[in-house]
Design a protein around this ligand. Structure first.
Ligand code: KG4
Ligand code: ZN
Length: 404
């Protein structure tokens, strides 16, 4: 199946395809560092009435969108399909039916064109969204540099989205990247908490951007939410004052959602929530700030306090992990990395610690295929191709505890 030459590796033109959740996306990236196109068809309007992603509807929408989205990505890149050196596709984690649409399409395309197929883990994609942008910035400032190290390594990566809250220790081994999973959520993902809290407060879907827009209008010190510090003992410093590198970091976001719900019950906020839900239902194209006049001070304070608590928990544990593993830089990616308060508070702590930190552009924070094509480039160089039997792995993990 592989018919590619040195030239292919040098130009490294990769068509990436991503269908793991509710975005149908395709992109063309050259050499892992130059985005020629990045097309995303969002399904937000389809899932919005249900307040969450409906798997069957997601698969149906992917089927409808995959051909036009790939065609648009190839056209925008100004290339012909036959020019690509490889097809990369997300193989997991994600919704089985949704993943299968992208995988089947990528497989047939690779077969028909006689090009290699590369399987990419969605979480690795999120990490490469940041590396892609760093590489683009470096290349633009000095086009002669062909292989710059985008960030000082090792790095700690926080991947924080609607489905995931993970910490990885990121290293490079020759051309390949290595990831060690050093932290994870034991229940809900952070983005899921944003979505559920927004839903229970009668706001729109997905909830993150709504809470992000409304939080600056409230007082974050009003409700003192706290998180259970799971396995905090393992993080105690030893005699030398160092943190134990064997200690895994755990996040837990289901408790705060219940705490917000209880707060609304104790403070009898149900009528206001229902009124807001009804008003927004009457206005299908409503934007997050349209909800501002529909929120009283108590609601805005609650939103601000919720966001501050989640951001600070993520910040505290991410910086602790960076210290624990002697990280030289930090990168934050995934849908929740679009959050403005998160960016501000992470950036200021990183500055205090003189630690380089990078976030992807907003368009690369949420799901897209440029990150998949970028993550595939090191695999193209190292002949790390997927077998023709590739199938969806809904619970695919990235980098075990051993860092492979
Ligand atoms: O990475 P992504 O597009 O899809 C998954 O892989 O899950 O992330 C979507 C998640 C949703 O939970 C959404 O509410 C959250 O990212 N999100 C945000 C913001 N924008 C998107 N959360 C907080 N603040 C935001 N500005
Ligand atoms: Zn994602």
């Amino acid at each position: 199946m592989t018919d590619f030459s040195e030239n292919a590796v040098r130009s490294g033109l990769i068509l990436g395809i991503e269908t793991s959740c509710d975005e149908t996306a395709a992109a063309v990236v050259r050499g892992g560092s130059e985005t020629l196109s990045n097309v995303v068809a969002s399904q937000i309007a389809t899932h919005s009435p249900y307040g969450g992603v409906v798997p069957e509807l997601a698969s149906r929408e992917h089927l409808r969108n995959i051909v036009p989205v790939v065609r648009a990505a190839v056209q925008e890149a100004g290339i012909a399909l036959a020019d690509v050196d490889a097809i990369a596709v997300t193989s997991g984690p994600g919704l089985a039916g949704a993943l299968l649409v992208g995988i089947s399409y990528a497989k047939s395309l690779a077969y028909a064109l006689g090009k290699p197929l590369i399987a990419v883990n969605h979480l690795e994609g999120h990490i490469h969204a940041v590396l892609l942008e760093q590489a683009e910035l470096a290349r633009r400032s000095n086009p002669k540099l062909s292989d710059t190290e985008p960030l000082p390594l090792p790095a700690i990566a926080l991947v924080v989205s609607g489905g995931h809250t993970h910490l990885y220790l990121v290293r490079r081994h020759g051309e390949s990247w290595r990831y060690k999973n050093v932290g994870r959520t034991v229940d809900d993902a952070a983005g899921e908490a944003f979505d559920k809290v927004a839903k229970l407060l009668g706001l729109g879907y997905p909830g993150g951007p709504w809470i992000d827009a409304l939080a600056p209008h409230g007082n974050p010190a009003t409700v003192p939410f706290s998180f259970s510090q799971i396995k905090a003992k393992a993080h105690r410093r030893g005699r030398s004052g160092a943190l134990d590198p064997a200690a895994e970091t755990f996040f837990s976001f289901s408790g705060i959602k219940t705490a917000v719900l209880r707060y609304t019950q104790v403070h009898e906020m149900a009528a206001g929530i229902e009124a807001r839900r009804a008003a927004l239902a009457d206005e299908p194209g409503a934007k997050p700030l349209d909800a501002l006049p529909l929120c009283d001070k108590q609601t805005l304070d609650l939103i601000a306090s919720f966001q501050r608590a989640v951001v600070d928990d993520l910040r505290h544990k991410t910086f602790r992990a960076s210290e624990q593993f002697g990280a030289e830089s930090l990168l934050v990616s995934g849908g929740v990395a679009a959050n403005r308060e998160l960016r501000v508070r992470f950036t200021s702590e990183a500055a205090e610690r003189a630690l380089p930190i990078a976030f992807p552009l907003l368009a690369l924070s949420t799901d897209n295929a440029a990150m998949i094509a970028a993550a595939a480039y090191p695999k193209l160089i190292t002949d790390d191709f997927a077998p023709a039997t590739l199938t969806a792995d809904p619970s695919l993990a990235l980098g075990g505890r051993d860092g492979r």
